[in-house]
Design a protein around this ligand. Structure first.
Ligand code: NAP
Ligand code: FE
Length: 368
């Protein structure tokens, strides 16, 4: 056995975990910038719980509530300006993956002066500000990863600003904030968590530790997915399981990265406006077919963990969750392939796909 494992985030999970652990903020920090999307953090109670905890600790804060879904470089630069202006010494990201990823990029850009061209090849010699994460969707696992996925509009894709210094210091996981999460967002984010677990498990970089964690994530998701198909609001216990499984998926990819699925999915999001989790899910069945011959036992284990009999049942599950999307023209398929083929995560896929393989995967999944 041969591996290294690092996941330095202190995770605190449970109902009222922020209220019950307010002292966690008492580490000498003086001013927070709270980073959120436009609405949800104010409605689901997470922002209030954070502000109450900061008050108890005598810490001041400002709020940057302008994070867009799939935040762009321009969007996080605005947040960094807000952090500098208010003299923040730590950042608290509250929301789905978009505000949490934005919080990490803002933490980096607050201490580093880097132009767009060099942003994704930056050295991290100057430490970013510390980040605290409060997830309010159960999908990205960003609260336990070192990744910040940022949209680069000029290139029609997303890139990863990744470094171990971007792991949050603390993550608070309270499923209460998800009680009114709309059913489409619940499904799409759960499918993102599932993609992380599956891609990590099948990644060339998988280890004994990451595989164990990924399989546990799939098993817990397998217990929940059928309840999401009904469209009924899941019980609190199910929301908690989804949040737990999403965190496990995040830990898994923090060790292994993602694969060709995420690389292809970024184009679907940036150019066809398909939600991140749904984009991955639409590509998943063809991906599994593509990798099966070199991963026969692993694919069996994935089906077993999810409680599906075979690839047919797996396909039915995904259609029930997401429906279908068969829209891309020949020109779009080629453009999306050109973008995906240069992504670093392609090299994590076993077998490593060629240009023609990626084109074929896209065509069979989302071609007209
Ligand atoms: P999101 O873009 O953060 O949020 C989607 C929508 O859900 C927004 O409209 C948001 O509203 C709303 N929302 C969030 N929490 C809610 C709640 N509790 N109740 C009601 N509405 C709520 O979606 P996401 O899927 O969580 O994150 C996607 C992003 O994460 C993508 O950019 C993706 O690339 C990235 N990602 C990162 C990693 C990583 O490791 N760092 C991994 C996978 C994906 P508001 O805007 O008002 O908040
Ligand atoms: Fe993802």
């Amino acid at each position: 056995m041969n591996f290294s494992y690092l996941m330095p985030v202190k995770v605190i999970m449970g109902k009222n975990c922020i209220k019950n652990n307010a002292q966690v903020f008492n580490t000498g920090w003086k001013k927070a910038l709270i980073v959120t999307g436009r609405r949800s953090a104010k409605i689901n109670g997470a922002e209030k719980d954070v502000c109450d905890a900061l008050s108890i600790c005598g810490i001041e804060w400002d709020i940057f509530d302008q994070v867009e879904p799939n935040p762009s470089i321009g969007n996080v630069r605005k947040g960094a300006e807000a952090a500098k202006k208010t003299d923040a010494d730590f950042i608290i990201g509250i929301g789905g993956g978009s505000p949490i990823d934005a919080a990490k990029a803002i933490a980096f850009l607050s201490t580093n002066d880097v132009d767009d061209e060099n942003l994704f090849s930056s050295s991290f010699d100057i430490k970013p500000l510390p980040v605290i994460a409060v997830p309010t969707t159960a999908g990205t696992g960003s609260e336990v990863t070192q990744y910040s996925i940022i949209t680069v509009p000029a290139e029609n894709t997303k890139k990863n600003l990744g470094d171990i210094s971007l792991f949050p210091v603390f993550a608070f996981l309270d499923a209460t904030y998800m009680e009114k999460l709309p059913s489409d967002i619940s499904v799409n984010t759960a499918v993102d968590a599932l993609s992380h677990a599956i891609e990590s498990y099948l990644s060339k970089r998988n280890t004994t530790m990451s595989s164990f964690i990924a399989l546990e994530s799939m098993t817990v998701l397998g217990e929940c997915l059928h309840q999401l198909i009904t469209g009924d609001n899941p019980l609190f216990e199910v929301r908690e399981k989804l949040l737990y499984a999403s965190m496990l998926g995040g830990i898994a990819i923090s060790q292994t990265g993602t694969t060709v699925v995420h690389a292809m999915g970024y184009s679907l999001t940036c150019m066809s406006d398909i939600d991140h989790g749904k984009a991955n899910g639409l590509l998943m069945c063809e991906f599994i077919k593509f990798v099966t011959s070199e991963n026969t036992e692993k694919v069996k284990n994935i089906f077993k963990a999810l409680g599906v009999k075979d690839i047919k049942a797996f396909e039915v599950l995904f259609v029930q969750l997401l429906g279908t999307f068969k829209e891309l023209s020949e020109a779009e398929l080629k453009q999306f392939t050109d973008l995906a083929v240069s992504a670093k995560s392609i090299a994590n896929t076993v077998p490593e796909p060629t240009y023609d393989d990626i084109y074929g995967l896209l065509k069979r999944s989302v071609g007209k």
